[in-house]
Write a protein that binds this ligand. Structure first.
Ligand code: TNX
Length: 544
């Protein structure tokens, strides 16, 4: 369908004056994006549709950044590249001390409202141009993602042919509810390389997500080069679930990924799971086993059988090396030490291990993150706990969890109060809502169902403060959706399990509870499926 209207001021005028055919009016309507209030995910904090004006973006529309603002310039280039998919030439990116006469898109940090915070922004569009104002570059980037979503979905199409690009006049003031808006990729059970991880990062950025947690080690494979411990990759990286050849990120790959993510305002959170989920390490270094005998490599899907030998000093020298090497190439402030599903240690042994690891992490300048089992240990202020087991209210339903898991959940609740008082913060990852490896419904081919089925509505229609009522909102850092990869082998699999649900998780993280509504969200997801088609995202089509 030809929608080439670039030279005309308004779609309606062009149609009436030059063509006047009902058929073409229809064709044109198909090229017009839905009304802007119906497209944005996550929903913005304050949206006003200013007037009926439309701002046409062309190859001649410059993108202006504040002179001297290198980060603003980078964000401007991101937008120029996006628009350049559609226009014949990429728009100019120009500094503000060389102001263009023509209508422009301006990204500025002057005149921004500090109340909107470092990630917040104001976006104003009228017929004379568009302006994003934010105190920090992150807010400029999120304003640009909003512009992106307001542009027709075809802007994502990289095989350029000219099409009209226009923005409806709007005034948006927006800022996130939570600072931690994340997803996790399990690259251990199946290895996903830089190409896949970068594509995932690109898709996260569209939804203003800002943390990518990489689960870099587990029983089935060690996935990051540790220069001081070469056997980890020589031996431990060579397997994956089901017998594939595995793989790992070289230090260069990892540094490149960290930079790629940072360019999109996403911080990588590396996880080395300890003391359990360590068979790949136990196979690589015999001294990590209490009997001093290296384990065989493992390609099954059982959990809970492996543990580093917590009595041996060799184990702590190992952890120092691993944390040190990873911390040295991780600019983000966090190191995730796992800590989940340990069945072979006493509680005292486990707690002592967590506390000693926490000290090592701190000595390397990082803040520790751990799965909720670590709550039984004494946690330091600034440590983060990732809650994966649902915390039902006392006496509430215990859902699909068996009695041992329900008992564990009760214990978690008990330890919460102590941790909150110690200055610990929490990341909400309730498995029955946001685990992206849970099947949508019984007939979903991929995924698991131990926490139940999570269709789009189950995954979206709840609030963090309902489920985690035991935690004051100030202690909730945010939300994260893990994608475990026992059954996930390809990028297409990742996309199928992540979309649409990850978009809903992004809205949980960004939008105020009062601005989230299932019916509205559902309509907006329908608009996004068009963009996913253009991007080639293998999203889950709900056929019901
Ligand atoms: C539980 S959640 C695990 C993972 C599995 C996942 C499968 C957590 C901290 N541990 O080891 O991959 O379930 O859904």
């Amino acid at each position: 369908m030809d929608c080439d209207l670039r030279s005309s001021p308004k779609p309606s005028e062009r149609v009436v004056s030059s063509l006047g055919s009902a058929l073409l009016v229809l064709a044109l309507a198909a090229c017009e994006p839905p009304p802007p209030e119906h497209v944005l995910i996550p929903a913005p904090a304050l949206f006003e549709r200013a007037t009926a004006d439309t701002f046409f973006v062309t190859a001649d529309t410059p993108i202006v950044f504040d002179s001297g603002d290198a980060e603003g310039q980078r964000v401007a280039r991101f937008l120029a590249a996006l628009i350049g998919n559609t226009t014949e030439t990429t728009p100019d990116v120009v500094p503000s001390d060389d102001p263009p006469g023509a209508p422009a898109i301006r990204l500025t940090r002057t005149g921004a409202d500090p109340l909107l915070g470092p990630e917040g922004y104001r976006l104003t569009v009228d017929s004379s141009g568009a302006t994003v104002a934010s105190v920090e570059a992150a807010g400029l980037f999120y304003g640009v993602q909003t512009i992106r979503q307001l542009l027709p979905a075809l802007v994502e199409y990289t095989a350029a042919y000219t099409r009209p690009l226009y923005l409806s006049a709007v005034e948006i003031r927006d800022s996130p509810r939570f600072e931690w808006r994340g997803s996790m990729l399990d690259v251990s059970r199946h290895f996903f390389g830089p190409v896949e991880v970068k594509r995932f990062i690109d898709l996260m950025a569209l939804y203003k997500l800002n943390r990518l947690h990489l689960h870099l080690s587990d029983d089935q494979g060690w996935r990051i080069e540790i220069p001081s411990r070469p056997e980890l990759t020589r031996i431990g990286s060579t397997t994956e679930v089901g017998g594939g050849e595995g793989g790992y990120f070289s230090t260069n790959d990892y540094v490149d990924l960290v930079g790629y993510a940072a360019d999109r305002f996403i911080t990588i959170v590396p996880e080395i799971d300890m003391p359990g989920h360590t068979n790949a390490a136990l196979a690589s270094y015999p001294e990590l086993n209490c009997d001093g005998v290296a384990r065989d490599l493992y390609t099954g899907t059982e959990v809970g059988f492996s543990s580093l030998c917590v009595e041996r000093e060799a184990t702590y020298r190992f952890i120092e090396d691993v944390v040190g090497d990873i911390a040295a190439v991780t600019p983000g402030p966090w190191f995730h030490m796992g800590g989940d599903e340990v069945t072979t240690l006493s509680e005292d042994e486990y707690n002592a291990f967590v506390q000693r690891t926490q000290t090592i992490v701190a000595a390397n300048g990082k803040r520790m993150v751990g799965w909720d089992e670590v709550l039984s240990a004494n946690l330091a202020p600034g440590s983060l706990v990732q809650l994966w087991r649902p915390l039902w209210p006392e006496g509430g339903e215990s859902g699909s969890l068996d009695s041992s898991r329900a008992a564990a959940a009760a214990k978690v609740r008990e330890n919460l109060t102590r941790a909150v008082e110690a200055g610990v913060k929490f990341i909400a990852s309730p498995a029955d809502r946001v685990y992206l490896d849970m099947k949508y419904e019984p007939s979903t081919v991929l995924g698991l169902s131990w926490a139940g089925f999570a269709d789009e509505r189950t995954s979206y229609d709840w609030d963090i403060t309902d489920i985690f009522s035991a935690i004051p909102e100030h202690a909730i850092a945010g939300i994260e959706a893990p994608l475990w990869a026992e059954t996930i082998g390809t990028m297409a699999d990742i996309e199928h399990m992540a979309f649409p649900r990850l978009a809903g998780v992004a809205e949980h993280g960004w939008s105020n509870a009062g601005d989230r509504d299932w019916e509205s969200y559902r309509a907006r997801v329908a608009a996004h499926t068009e963009r996913w088609e253009v991007l080639g995202v293998n999203y889950r089509r709900d056929e019901r």
